[in-house]
Design a protein around this ligand. Sequence first.
Ligand SMILES: [Fe+2]
Ligand SMILES: [Fe+2]
Length: 342
Amino acid sequence: MNDTATELDLGFLATLSVLYVEDEDEVREALARYLRRRCPKLELARNGKEGLEMFRAKHYDVVVTDVKMPIMDGLEMARNIKSIKEEVPVIIVTAYNEVDYFLRAIEVGVNRYVKKPLDPDELLLAIYKSTIIHFHQRELEHKRQSSYDSVNDALIALGHAIMKRNPYTETHEARVAKLAVAIAEDLCLPLDQIEGIRLAAEIHDIGNLDVLEDVLRSPHKLTAQEFEEVSRHPQSGFEILGDIAFPWPIAQIIVQHHERMDGSGYPKGLKGDEILLEARIVGVADALEAMTSARPHRPAYGVETALAEIKAKRGTLFDPAVVDSCVRVLEQANLDFWGVKP
Ligand SMILES: [Fe+2]
Ligand SMILES: [Fe+2]
């Protein structure tokens, strides 16, 4: 092993699943003996057709192939492999350097080539270089995802802490999120959009942080002044989250969750399509959940009563498609969506 190979991250190389395709038995076995010392998950094929079948059965991290082979040549196999999984690196081992051949190699998307007579260390380096980039990208993506998850969890914890200021609404956001997600799924929205709805619903009343605690805990029906105080919470939520770069319009959903189809909502009095679909969904889930939960100044309404109220406001306050979906979701759950019926 020369200096080049010893500089490589051998631990990483050992994790790679490598497919090596070569028709000459002697060459294949000799190189396999060498490669297996660094890449124990190496598997062998004798021609392009066999290699392609093996790749179809198991997507390898990297493919190394000879070019000229019977049944199916290396470039034809590479073209097929790229059509199955474009990002998989394909390295060709070749003695040819004609223009035609290179054009074909570029056309099929071959990533690297190693010339014959083969220097095994050079091949190992090519394997390493063609895969380590993807590995780092995956690691970065993983880190991004876990940092997103942490921010998400922190926000939800903050939301719970805020809701705890009012014991009557402690589980409100989680219940709204569950219903909003079920409505979004019923409407067959893309998974990514549903994830945005879920997160927004989980923290939709985060602006209550800025509302006087006495008003939140008010034991009587709110006075006009108290209602004005509470009505600031969507805008406050927007301002709290405004600078966080979410991959979804979380702050917009939150600021709009009390907007209503006929323009009677707040804070801006938006109408119809001016309100994000996500906010229309959270708005319906929020209104229904709030009615089914007790408040200091009134008992909880039954789901039937709350649903009748939502249906009565279908098209005026609430989006008709969202109301219809909400009805379907609750009826499918036998009106026991949150599992509260005895
Ligand atoms: Fe709210
Ligand atoms: Fe709410």
